[in-house]
Write a protein that binds this ligand. Structure first.
Ligand SMILES: [Fe+2]
Length: 459
């Protein structure tokens, strides 16, 4: 089930942060905007379930926002919570004219924002998604106090008397956080923390320890068992709320860590493949530097057509790896200086498929497979390996074919010198429409003209 989406519009970063931290008990996806002007496109994309906007004299665009919500029928039932203090009566009237509208004074939000959001969700038929906390403590007065205070803040509270009891609760339901005492009969906090840490069903639930100041030894142990945070007794509710807010952003940290790990893995894999390319180029004088040059041209072309930074990076990788399959081609064929026999040519024609079988083992760069597989297709259908025609050939593969051809024409071979740029362009123009895609050739010409100008300017 997807989470409800809440858009917070406020020109103060600090205020937006405060609103989010008050809303920590509400499990939702949060989006932040600093301005209500020109937000139609963004709101159209996000399709929020609720908007919380500041409406005050310093806030630009509050009126535009209200007008937008009134004008666009698709926002008809979208609840809006306006926050303000000392704003103009006219602004409030503008807001009130929208369909679902609640006004809260900024002094009241600490207390009223969470229930107001929950009420708005209930009215729009959005299932309640309060975050839940399992409190584990053998003292009934501590359980009662926490139960009351956390429920007041908007959390759903579950409780257990000790570790064993907590495990029984976990059989029934999965809380968002576990808040546990250390010393308890039957099963203490350390044993509980270790048990949960070793069980993949529960190891992802953040475990917060309520500890005493002189318990460094146990704290260290529990940290090793993955405890997410410690709060030192006696604590007040504000400290607890702050810790919980941190925990919910801790989820975010975990995500970041995971991304970092994937990033690191990808870099290692790429480093491995790059050394394969280097190995290939060490074997074959002709491909030496060829992959790097194709990579630069392809990245330049993708930048030229307005590709994103990520796409430019992918193009760079694709160019570098486009001939990686040649690693599987026999020396006597790969290194043969003269004309190839039919059998030899058939063998070399396998390099796109060999390359694809290497690259497809790495899911994170699977999107460059079309370049590896189809850079030798021709728009007239006479290419290989599939004999694809025209726009059936993936666009990036068509661009790569132009870059590949240009570099092949302009680099030196054992039996001839590389062509001058002008002559190579003439050859490329000649084969546009038969071998090469005319649109890709046009883009290449545009780009190379610009490049030339740049080069001249930098001389
Ligand atoms: Fe190739």
């Amino acid at each position: 089930m997807s989470k409800p989406r809440i858009v917070i519009i406020d020109d103060s970063l600090q205020q937006r942060g405060m609103i989010k931290s008050i809303l920590a008990p509400v499990d939702a996806d949060y989006f932040e905007l600093s301005d209500g002007r020109n937000c139609a496109a963004v709101l159209g994309k996000i399709r929020p379930d609720l908007i919380i906007a500041k409406i005050s004299t310093s806030f630009r665009g509050g009126r535009n926002l209200c007008a937008l919500l009134k004008e666009d029928p698709s926002f008809d039932d979208l609840p809006l919570i306006l926050l303000g203090h000392g704003e103009e009566a006219e602004d409030i009237a503008q807001g009130m004219a929208t369909n679902a509208f609640v006004y809260l004074d900024t002094y009241e939000i600490q207390e009223k924002l969470v229930p107001t959001v929950q009420k708005a969700f209930a009215q729009s038929g959005i299932p309640q998604t309060g975050r839940s906390i399992l409190v584990v403590d053998d003292s009934s007065s501590v359980r009662l106090l926490l139960d009351e205070e956390l429920a007041k803040a908007g959390y759903q509270v579950l409780s257990a008397e000790n570790g064993k009891d907590a495990l029984a609760v976990l059989q029934q339901t999965q809380p968002d956080v576990i808040l546990s005492d250390v010393y308890m009969p039957e099963m203490n906090g350390i044993e509980l923390c270790e048990t949960l840490h070793r069980d993949p069903r529960y190891s992802g639930i953040p475990f917060v320890v309520m500890s005493t100041e002189n318990d460094a030894g146990n704290m260290k142990k529990m940290m090793q068992f993955g405890a997410a945070a410690f709060i030192i007794k006696p604590f007040n509710l504000e400290q607890l709320t702050m810790t919980l807010n941190k925990i919910f952003s801790y989820e975010f940290l975990l995500l970041l860590k995971e991304n970092e790990r994937l990033d690191g893995e990808q870099k290692l894999l790429l480093a491995g493949i790059t050394s394969l390319v280097n190995a290939l180029e060490a074997r074959d004088n002709y491909t030496r530097g060829h992959s790097e040059r194709v990579s630069q041209i392809l990245a330049g072309l993708v930048r030229h057509i307005g590709g994103s930074q990520r796409e430019i990076e992918r193009a760079r990788i694709a160019g570098r790896l486009h001939d990686i399959g040649k690693i599987g081609i026999r020396d006597d064929v790969l290194l043969k200086p003269g004309r190839l026999s039919k059998e030899e040519f058939d063998h070399i024609k396998q390099h796109p498929s060999i390359g694809a079988s290497i690259i497809q083992t790495i899911p994170s760069i699977a999107d460059i497979l079309p370049v590896i597989s189809f850079h030798h297709e021709r728009v007239d259908g006479n290419g290989y390996p599939e004999g694809l025609k025209g726009s059936d050939i993936p666009f990036w593969a068509r661009l790569t074919a132009v870059a590949d051809t240009y570099d092949a024409l302009t680099s030196d071979r054992p039996y001839r010198d590389g062509m001058e740029h002008k002559k190579a362009i003439a050859v490329i123009n000649e084969v546009a429409g038969s071998q090469l895609c005319p649109e890709s050739v046009r883009l290449f010409l545009e780009w190379s003209k610009q490049e030339m100008k740049e080069k001249i300017r930098n001389i």
